[in-house]
Design a protein around this ligand. Structure first.
Ligand code: GTQ
Length: 372
């Protein structure tokens, strides 16, 4: 091979400056920043106390009315590390979490959007989400799907304030520049009479009516997933089903595919019996956790996040994490994630924490902080 010419520093500087002016770049300098050895991200973990969130939600209940002053009355979780980059409403780079409050007699009008949404019921009963006209009533611990582009509205026929978690793939859809939103032409989408709730009434993942077709694919024929069933399943599991990283865990599925209940948002419930301490691992997918029951802590990349009933925390991508139940009773952790997307794109990968028998050493303890 021929010898390369020798350039002076000035010549090289000029070359790079001119290149930049012409909006070009030398890959020989920058490959390592583009094709990184491991996932690089700006998502820091954070934790919100339920008491704080609930108080802001209660106040918003005195300030505005959904359907009148606002499309939805929601206090969302803002990850401070992402707001620094101007990413409003981001919990992780892909996921959004909001706490919606509906008071007795109120309703939030019908609309649809290209974001997928899941609901997880925190407090109250007697409200429902109507998904394409099917009324799915809410009870604490239930999970409700409003898959991408399905018409949905919320209405409260009960007597106490209703709080639930909204989980949407806001960041993902934003990154993919694929957001569409449309209000329904009327306040309410036509309600389907109960006898036509075929999937809810008959399919249940196990049965169908003789003349009914359960279409393989999306969306799931089931929109409502009862906590009662989840709890039964988890309590039935034995040590054979125990996962060293996630303890006793179930994923919500779409019975017509066997895959994730929502096509893009994964949903999981974990049970940690008293005293359990899982091993640490990390994976490409990120998640937002809600503590349904119990108390304990999660160590995320060496930082201890102490939680109790009602709290929320962020699990960033590619972060070692392990969970500990420090309370007397069982811990139930609900979480939603972007795993289905990572899997579909063949980007999901995970590894266990190899040192110290799979347990991280705790280097700091997190406390929620306020902006100055
Ligand atoms: O209830 O449809 O928290 O469209 C954010 C966007 C809730 C909803 C949110 C939404 C909804």
């Amino acid at each position: 091979m021929a010898e390369k010419a020798v350039f002076t520093k000035e010549e090289l500087d000029r070359y790079y400056e001119n290149m930049k002016k012409d909006h070009l770049g030398p890959l020989w300098h920058d490959l390592g920043h583009m094709v990184t050895k491991e996932p690089v991200h700006d998502v820091k973990p954070y934790l919100w106390k339920w008491k704080t969130i609930r108080e802001y939600a209660i106040q918003s209940g005195k300030m505005l009315e959904p359907g009148k002053d606002a499309e939805r009355r929601v206090v969302y979780l803002q990850n401070p590390s992402l707001l620094e980059r101007g990413l409003v409403g981001y919990g992780t780079h892909t996921l959004y979490a909001g706490i919606q409050l509906l008071l007795p007699g109120e309703s939030a009008p019908s609309h649809h959007h290209s974001q997928s949404a899941i609901r997880f019921i925190i407090e109250g009963d007697g409200a429902y989400t109507a998904v394409n006209g099917q009324k799915i009533f809410m009870e604490r611990g239930d999970m409700i799907l409003t898959p991408a582009w399905t018409w949905h509205e919320h209405k409260h026929e009960g007597t106490e304030p209703m709080f639930w978690l909204d989980g949407l793939d806001v960041g993902l859809v934003r990154t993919l520049a694929a957001s569409f939103f449309e209000p329904y032409e009327e306040e309410s989408y036509p309600e389907i009479p109960l006898e036509h709730y075929s999937a809810e009434q008959f399919s249940k993942g196990s049965f169908k009516k003789l003349n009914e077709t359960v279409k393989p694919g999306y969306p799931s024929p089931i929109f409502g997933y009862k906590f009662e069933r989840v709890k039964y399943l988890l309590n039935e599991m034995d040590m054979e089903d125990y996962d060293e990283y996630d303890a006793f865990a179930i994923e919500y599925i779409n019975p017509a595919t066997g895959g994730s209940a929502d096509s893009r948002i994964g949903t999981m419930m974990q049970k940690l019996p008293s005293g359990k301490h899982t091993k640490a691992h990390r994976h490409v997918h990120s998640a937002i956790y809600h503590v349904l029951e119990g108390s304990g802590y999660t160590v995320i990349d060496g930082q201890k996040f102490e939680w109790e009933k009602g709290d929320f925390f962020i699990l960033p991508p590619w972060s070692y994490h392990e969970h500990v139940n420090t309370g007397e009773g069982d811990v139930f952790l609900f979480s939603f994630n972007d795993k289905p997307v990572m899997e579909k794109l063949e980007l999901e990968f995970g590894e266990s924490y190899k040192e110290n028998g799979g347990r991280q050493s705790v280097t700091s303890t997190f406390t929620p902080y306020t902006n100055a």
